[in-house]
Design a protein around this ligand. Structure first.
Ligand SMILES: C[S@@+](CC[C@H](N)C(=O)[O-])C[C@H]1O[C@@H](n2cnc3c(N)ncnc32)[C@H](O)[C@@H]1O
Length: 289
């Protein structure tokens, strides 16, 4: 179920929220100016907006871009439920979904766009910052070059959170873990619609590109830590790891199936936990002398 379904994005959201680096978010917020105008690339159902708007604090205008019409439609409901839980007023207006907290007004507008083709159609000049979450690892080096050029041209801050970096540790360890991981990582380099994906190297690649184009960059770990009581999440990740490894290396299907059976027994016994390595990347335009 680890596609981009609404259900999967909701299941991963609490782990994302716990893993995000708070310090980078605060530094990003400080770089946005008095009225923040933020574009969220590959926004899904709006998790990034919900995580960052309270940290940014003041009035904000967001554009939440995705190519999936179902996720774009889901954004309004997710934002409304979140606002209700927080005790804020939420309404649907012509300009987008508007959350009023009493001290701030946050407007989030959904925009449908295929970012692989149409990135440059976004009017970057009208924003004060760019965010993205759980997306960089899907894209290719040439696409990251295009994104870096857009950010450098307009001297825009970027906060790119939760890009996988290839570390996946199951506890307790098993001898087959290395083979499962190696096959899993081979699969990460497939084409997700942007050319061959950089996968686990994407955040480091973009960091280097932006360093070279006049941004000051910082990458820190933002790992998922999934403890034994989160059985549904662990079961999903076990099935995903096995399916992906088997697709990448069908000849080892038997080994992967035995690994899965042993892991499922640990899961049932409440003995299994894991961590998934991610990076958060902050890039701020260097101050001109
Ligand atoms: C792993 S999800 C992350 C969603 C969201 N940022 C979150 O954290 O919940 C990846 C997102 O990339 C979007 N996506 C994939 N290819 C895209 C494309 N070519 N153009 C726009 N969005 C795309 C998917 O629809 C999905 O919402």
């Amino acid at each position: 179920m680890t596609d981009f379904s609404d259900e999967w994005l909701s299941r991963r959201a609490p782990f994302d929220l716990a893993a995000r680096d708070g310090e980078l978010a605060v530094r990003f917020a400080a770089a946005l100016g008095k009225t923040a105008r933020v574009i969220d690339l590959a926004a899904g159902h709006g998790a990034n907006f919900r995580a960052l708007a309270p940290i940014i604090g003041g009035d904000q205008d967001w554009v939440l871009v995705d190519q999936d019409p179902m996720l774009l439609t889901a954004q309004a409901g997710e934002i409304a439920r979140w606002a209700k839980r927080e005790g804020w007023h939420c309404s649907s207006e012509a300009e987008g979904v508007v959350v009023e907290t009493g001290s701030a007004r946050w407007c989030a507008k959904a925009k449908r766009l295929d970012l692989s083709r149409d990135l440059e159609r976004l009017d970057f000049a009208s924003f004060t910052g760019v965010t993205t979450t759980a997306f960089l690892d899907l894209v290719s080096a040439p696409w990251l070059d295009r994104l870096a050029a857009c950010l450098a041209d307009r001297r825009l801050p970027l906060l790119a959170t939760l890009s996988v970096d290839g570390r996946r540790d199951w506890h307790p360890p098993l001898p087959e873990d290395a083979a499962v991981l190696a096959a899993f990582l081979r699969h990460q380099g497939g084409d997700k619609g942007f050319g061959p994906a950089l996968g686990v190297s994407a955040a480091a690649y973009l960091k280097d590109r932006l360093d070279g184009l006049g941004h000051e960059t910082l990458a820190v770990k933002s790992d998922w830590r999934i403890s034994p009581e989160h059985r549904r999440m662990l079961a999903t990740l076990l099935e995903e790891a096995t399916a992906v490894a088997t697709a990448a290396e069908p000849r080892s299907a038997g080994l992967f199936a035995r690994w899965l059976a042993e892991r499922q027994a640990q899961l049932s016994g409440g003995l299994l936990s894991m961590s998934v390595g991610h990076l958060d990347l902050l890039a701020l335009p260097r101050k001109t002398p």
